[in-house]
Ligand binder design. Structure first.
Ligand SMILES: Cc1cc2nc3c(=O)[nH]c(=O)nc-3n(C[C@H](O)[C@H](O)[C@H](O)COP(=O)(O)OP(=O)(O)OC[C@H]3O[C@@H](n4cnc5c(N)ncnc54)[C@H](O)[C@@H]3O)c2cc1C
Length: 367
């Protein structure tokens, strides 16, 4: 199957099926097993790890299209990609790749990546979780907060500070399996938006990790965490654009309806001007994402700019649209209120907007 055929299939499935499912799972806040399975069966990740960069752009398009209707489903898929498939592919040893990738690619196993803690966010240097050397491997102790897909995951990549007595601390990413002694996943969190994404905290008490379960076989945490965050940020950028486009579609549908006076809302200049502004922002965000993926895929600052812009716009655009469509946007069965709630996360996970601003400002603050 050609890759754009896959994008077309995902678009069709999103338009025809996902909209109804999204409303249901938003209410019950459960994992949408059937829809996740369908996306895996359609081949969501199949060609992604083939040689060409084009496939990555198709994957981002798919995230965008799913987010038109069901952003939480996009969160589940992008977590599987950026927090499990990608780290194993980029950094895993050949044994780790052979052991874990086939099941992750098919969706028979889910993976999570845990960096965030109660008193630290996405800055690795603030982490309190520690890895101590013991015979045959490492012992992990600490707590992680708000970990996507944790309630359904069987595999966890845990970022930890490695205690090097008398020397500067280093960092590592450790592979832990669900059910390991001393490893506990908390209850799923009750959230404002993307409610079908399962999120939970993790507690580790002296969890043993053998030497061959250190990601990549060496302590290279700083580079690994940074690459994982960047990969996640690009996916969240596509999700944010998708949410805005989904809201725009709904707005255009509503303002094009005939009203009693014979005129439509789209005939008012105020409506046209507001929608023209939105269309311009969407074009700019799509162009920026495309440019970053094509030429700056490893550049922290450009990636931060793409996510900062798309997530700010997703929040502003969904907010503008509810004011354009009035009471229609306020009702649950018209999705706009859900897209407003879902948009908010894009400025929080994968690093908050202020952290991104800090990355962008870095060259100006270096002494
Ligand atoms: C639904 C959901 C899913 C998540 N999934 C995951 C996951 O799978 N894995 C994972 O590891 N984490 C996950 N997280 C955690 C998420 O990544 C963090 O909450 C997010 O990165 C915010 O952390 P922060 O460091 O940006 O902000 P925090 O450190 O929590 O700080 C709070 C606020 O203070 C400000 N701030 C903090 N530090 C600075 C600074 N140095 N400079 C400027 N401003 C600052 C920012 O405005 C920030 O919004 C998830 C969170 C949510 C809500």
């Amino acid at each position: 199957m050609m890759m754009n055929e896959l994008v077309e299939k995902i678009e069709k499935y999103s338009n025809e099926v996902l909209v109804g499912a999204a409303r249901y799972y938003d209410q019950v806040e459960e994992f949408p097993e059937e829809q996740v399975k369908k996306l895996f069966d359609l081949g969501f990740f199949q060609s992604l790890y083939a040689e060409s960069n084009t496939h990555y752009q198709h994957y981002l398009s798919n995230l965008r299209l799913v987010s038109h209707h069901f952003p939480a489903l996009a969160s589940i898929m992008l977590t599987q990609e950026s927090h499990a498939l990608y780290p194993f592919t980029k950094f895993g040893t050949s044994e780790q790749q052979a052991r874990y990738l086939p099941e992750l690619l098919l969706g028979n196993q889910f993976g999570s990546f845990a960096l965030n803690e109660e008193h630290s966010g996405s800055d690795i240097t603030e982490m309190l979780t520690v890895a101590e050397k013991v015979a045959g491997g490492w012992q992990l102790t600490g707590e992680k907060q708000y970990i996507s897909n944790a309630p359904v995951a069987s595999l966890f990549l845990i970022a930890a500070r490695v205690i090097n007595r008398g020397q500067e601390d280093t960092y590592g990413v450790f592979i832990v399996k669900q059910g390991a002694k001393g490893f506990e996943v908390g209850k799923p969190e009750d959230k404002m938006g993307i409610r079908a994404l399962p999120v939970a905290n993790i507690k580790m008490t002296n969890v043993f990790v053998s030497e061959d379960e250190v990601l990549g076989g060496c302590l290279n945490g700083e580079e690994q965490v940074n690459a994982i965050l960047n990969r996640n940020r690009l996916a969240v950028t596509a999700q944010a654009i998708g949410i805005s486009e989904g809201a725009m579609k709904r707005a255009l549908g509503y303002v094009s309806r005939k009203r009693n006076i014979g005129k439509r809302l789209i005939d008012l200049q105020n409506t046209q001007f507001k929608l023209a502004e939105i269309e311009t922002k969407l074009y700019a965000d799509n162009a920026l994402l495309n440019q970053v993926v094509t030429t700056h895929q490893d550049d922290d600052r450009f990636i931060a700019m793409a996510k900062l812009s798309a997530s700010n716009h997703a929040i502003d655009i969904t907010e503008t649209i509810i004011s354009l469509v009035g009471g229609y946007g306020y009702m649950k069965n018209n999705d706009i209120e859900r897209l407003i709630r879902d948009a908010k996360i894009t400025a929080i996970y994968g690093s908050s907007s202020n952290r991104l601003r800090k990355i962008i400002a870095e060259p100006w603050t270096a002494c």
